[in-house]
Ligand binder design. Structure first.
Ligand SMILES: Nc1ncnc2c1ncn2[C@@H]1O[C@H](COP(=O)(O)OP(=O)(O)OP(=O)(O)O)[C@@H](O)[C@H]1O
Ligand SMILES: [Mg+2]
Length: 411
């Protein structure tokens, strides 16, 4: 028994609704991946020959974020290891190119996962890419087997270095007689192949596998499966999972977001000291996620855009939930005057309004308005408390008590 200490009381008071927090984290790889059997089978069929030392085709896996690409490859890697525990026929190597993104870094990582002989390890820096490549090639050749190299998030390396790394890796095979290298590239950029040179495209994309976004029902199954492991029975109210799934499916079927939402709902319920997790907690979690995203966008806006946004907020706060560009501009001019900010033209303000619309903070619909020509009907789409984010900005302190007069209305 641990002696009582200053933490004891806190720990007792804290009510934990989650059996094991790790299970809801996105780094956790579950034993079972619902709705990915077909993709797993497709990949296994392609790489199975490696267990008989036959070279499998290179594979390119494409799918939007959170569609299970990394989870599936990790799972297959583990199973491959079970099929060939001493790696006699086949070695599986996984590299995340978001973490290691230079050709040197990638080759260095591959080499040091493969090379067991300490005297032949490759130094962290100092060698040329050609030297590392030739050492790696001769080591691979000596091993007389298949190497499957998974390059996750390959678009990251591509953005920085073009297709050099694919060229190096796919050309290793030209030098090999006894061993071969197969590449499995993973990307969430659906246009990735458009950027590759024809030569790399045909080499890398010998087999292309698409991971589609999950449907509402599929997200529900994934969440149910995870919830079984993570929560004691009766903790989750019935509607929680369908609600998390529905909210996430609207946003593109991303399992990571669905899990994040469930985890955050549990956190909120715990912090409130509630005994169950309900749909209200999911709603709060969703608001928090949206607010965080909006806060990030607002933080990076330039001063003029903030001023335009503030004008829209001020009008909204005065009961005008929809307005036209002219209404925004009238308020904008006054706000600039109070704060001593340079006034830009209505034309430029209209451009900034379009930008805010694209960022999803406001809605701006074009509305034909007879003689006045085309104008826009504008309303705030971000959560109401977005104003607090702006008000914390030094510049807006002086505007706290300003109330714009009622403007021309759309009615
Ligand atoms: N079919 C599934 N069953 C259970 N969990 C899943 C499934 N698909 C994805 N997940 C979980 O969702 C989260 C995101 O999945 P994963 O990391 O594989 O996405 P990804 O396609 O690699 O996304 P990204 O392109 O952003 O890297 C992980 O926690 C993963 O365990
Ligand atoms: Mg991934």
């Amino acid at each position: 028994m641990t002696e009582s200490n200053i933490f004891t009381q806190y720990l007792k008071k804290r009510n934990s609704l989650v059996k094991n927090k790790k299970i809801l984290q996105s780094s956790y790889v579950p034993e079972n991946l619902p709705h990915r059997d077909d993709k797993i089978n497709e990949i296994v069929e392609i790489i199975a020959p490696s267990l008989e030392r036959d070279k499998p085709s290179n594979i390119l896996i494409i799918g939007k974020t959170g569609t299970g690409k990394t989870a599936v490859m990790n799972y297959i890697g583990k199973e491959l290891k079970k099929a060939d525990p001493s790696e006699e026929s086949c070695t599986f190597i996984y590299i995340n190119c978001e973490i290691v993104d230079t050709p040197y870094g990638i080759l260095y990582n591959i080499a040091n996962q493969i090379i067991s002989d300490p005297s032949r390890k490759i130094p962290f820096t100092g060698w040329s890419v050609d030297k590392i490549l030739s050492e790696l090639t001769s080591y691979i050749e000596e091993k007389n087997k298949i190497f499957i190299i998974v390059l996750d998030e390959i678009d990251r390396s591509f953005q920085k270095n073009g297709d050099d790394i694919f060229y190096y890796l796919t050309s290793i095979n030209d030098e090999l007689k006894n061993s071969t290298v197969s590449i499995i590239g993973i990307t969430n950029n659906t246009k990735f192949t458009d950027f590759l040179s024809t030569r790399i495209k045909s080499r890398l994309g010998e087999e292309k596998i698409i991971f589609p976004p999950y449907s509402v029902e599929q997200l529900q199954d994934i969440l149910y499966e995870r919830a079984k492991e993570a929560f004691e029975e009766g903790i989750l109210s019935e509607g929680v999972i369908p609600y998390c799934a529905a909210l996430t499916a609207q946003d593109g079927g991303d399992a990571r977001r669905a899990l994040d939402l469930l985890r955050m709902s549990a956190d909120i319920a715990e912090r409130n000291g509630d005994k169950n997790i309900s749909e209200a907690h999911v709603k709060s979690a969703k608001n928090k996620v949206e607010m965080d995203a909006v806060a990030e966008i607002v933080r990076t806006l330039n001063m003029q855009s903030k001023m335009v946004l503030m004008s829209i907020i001020k009008n909204t706060e005065e009961g005008q939930s929809t307005m036209i560009t002219g209404d925004v501009y009238s308020t904008y001019k006054v706000l600039c005057e109070i704060t001593g900010t340079t006034v830009i033209t209505q034309r430029r303000v209209a451009d900034l309004i379009s930008e805010l619309d694209m960022l999803g903070i406001i809605h701006a619909r074009v509305k034909a308005f007879g003689r006045a020509g085309r104008t826009k009907e504008i309303e705030l789409s971000a959560p109401k408390n977005i104003a607090d984010l702006l008000k914390s900005d030094e510049l807006f302190k002086e505007l706290e008590h300003y109330k714009p007069p009622k403007q021309t209305t759309l009615m």
